[in-house]
Design a protein around this ligand. Structure first.
Ligand code: GTB
Length: 225
């Protein structure tokens, strides 16, 4: 019999905003990590950070850019939500297929979410939140949104009538749904009904709901103080 690995019994700790600017809509990236942990049934602790605490040396020792989320488990400290989700998916069953080729494709979808779909979507968030008063804003926003629509069109064609991107739900779907959620309220995803339904399917998963409720509870607690 194998000796128990003490690390297996540890409860990981993640970091999240003490007061999320998304007002509890679950758009900050700790949601990726919370959802992944819920999918695999791994309990976790959360350390809440103010914007100033994020920039302190203690946090920068874990996250070089002074951001959330981070993940600590025993001697391992990680930053970058994609790397954290990948780590969770590698260590637990349920987020990556066992078949080697299917697993490689699911990982490709993780990268597609973060490096092909997300950049123009984040550009739009920056434009809407921080660049509204710039003289070129009105001209730039439609350009950024067209770039997003180009990506959504291709993704919509690939998804077709499938439930998930490649067979069973995977970490690739988790990250893709999370990235598309960043467009919520813009109406842009609604132009692609199969993608809107795909996001809704992700949000309907019990693990997503638990993760969402947990981050909302943080926001509600902060608002009541
Ligand atoms: N590439 C990194 C990752 O994937 O982990 C990016 C991490 C990141 O952007 N973290 C943000 C952060 O810590 C929070 S998630 N920002 C504080 C800072 O940089 O000082 C991004 C985010 C923030 C707010 C909303 N919102 O309000 O809707 C949505 C997403």
């Amino acid at each position: 019999m194998l000796a128990a690995n003490p690390e297996d019994q540890m409860t990981p700790t993640i970091t999240a905003f003490e007061q999320s600017p998304d007002r509890g809509r679950g758009l900050a990236r700790d949601m990726h990590v919370r959802w992944a942990l819920e999918e695999v049934g791994q309990p976790y602790d959360v350390r809440l950070l103010s914007f100033s605490a994020m920039k302190e040396p203690a946090h920068r020792a874990i996250h070089p850019f002074g951001q959330i989320p981070t993940y600590e488990d025993g001697e391992l400290a990680l930053f970058e939500s994609g790397a954290i989700v990948f780590h969770i998916a590698e260590r637990h069953a349920g987020l990556l297929p066992k078949n080697a080729n299917a697993r490689a494709r699911a990982i490709a979808w993780m990268f597609a979410a973060l490096s092909t779909m997300e950049p123009p979507i984040v550009d739009r968030s920056i434009a809407v939140v921080f660049e509204r008063d710039r003289p070129w804003h009105e001209e730039r926003l439609p350009i950024v949104e067209d770039r997003i629509r180009g990506r959504l069109k291709d993704l919509s064609v690939r998804l077709g009538d499938s439930e998930w991107l490649d067979g069973e739900f995977s970490a690739g779907d988790l990250l893709m749904v999370e990235v598309l959620r960043r467009l919520s309220g813009s109406g842009i995803v609604d132009g692609y009904p199969n993608l809107a339904a795909y996001v809704a399917r992700g949000e309907a998963r019990p693990a997503f709901r638990r993760a969402f409720a947990a981050q909302l509870a943080v926001f509600n607690a902060a608002s009541n103080n």
